[in-house]
Design a binder for this molecule. Structure first.
Ligand code: IMP
Ligand code: MG
Length: 201
């Protein structure tokens, strides 16, 4: 194989990069059905507004809204976070605002994963200032071990150990979001991903 061909060699299939599956596609599907039933009952007659943060939540949001049997509305915000997650003084900036006015609405804030809680604390402060009728949190995955703030989470899909996971919307350097389950990456995949795409080793 020539150098040119090598440089454009396709990376191995995504599945080969996974060391361990933590939550299967079926487990996710079953749990979301339960969450949807619970949310439908709790918010009946309230016409709730579901708000998610792009981009990690897009897959969970898509499945969650279809598990909800009452009228709802959906909107998204975007944020950028600077500095390592362990820094209590990390800076969060809003990069995309809501389209829908949330004043006097029953807002359910939907997250893919909560780790330190830093991003969420900033967002909650921002949203609370807009005077919703109520504001509660729903997260598919919760990693409580590194939590820096006390958070009242109304709906949790799964508690996860303090490991970095990918799949079902969660990324490692923008990759792996499209895996239908949640798993832990092989060390080798992490090293490879850190190299520029055309680097030959
Ligand atoms: P927090 O501000 O520390 O709670 O971080 C929450 C954000 O960090 C999530 O919305 C994810 O974007 C990212 N994150 C935290 N843990 C993981 C993980 O295990 N895999 C992928 N992304 C993660
Ligand atoms: Mg990410």
């Amino acid at each position: 194989m020539g150098a040119q061909a090598l440089a454009h060699q396709a990376p191995p299939p995504l599945l080969d990069d996974i060391e361990e599956v933590l939550i299967t596609e079926q487990q996710i599907r079953d749990r979301i059905a339960e969450l949807g039933t619970q949310i439908s009952a709790d918010y009946a007659g309230k016409d709730p507004l579901l708000i998610g943060v792009l981009r990690g939540v897009f897959i969970f949001m898509a499945d969650l809204v279809r598990a909800i049997a009452i009228p709802i509305e959906v909107d998204f915000i975007g944020i950028t976070r600077y500095g390592p997650s362990t820094q209590t003084q990390g800076i969060v900036r809003l990069t995309k605002d809501l389209e829908i006015n949330m004043q006097q609405r029953h807002v359910l804030f939907v997250e893919d994963i909560i780790d330190t809680g830093l991003s969420l604390r900033y967002i909650l402060n921002t949203l609370q200032a807009r005077q919703p009728a109520s504001l509660r949190i729903c997260t598919l995955f919760n990693k409580p071990r590194k939590r820096l703030f006390e958070l009242d989470i109304a709906y949790t899909g799964f508690e996860l150990p303090d490991r970095f996971v990918v799949g079902y919307g969660l990324d490692y350097e923008e990759g792996y979001r499209n895996l239908p389950f949640v798993g832990v990456l092989q060390e080798e995949a992490i090293t490879r991903r850190r190299l520029p795409p055309n680097t030959q080793t």
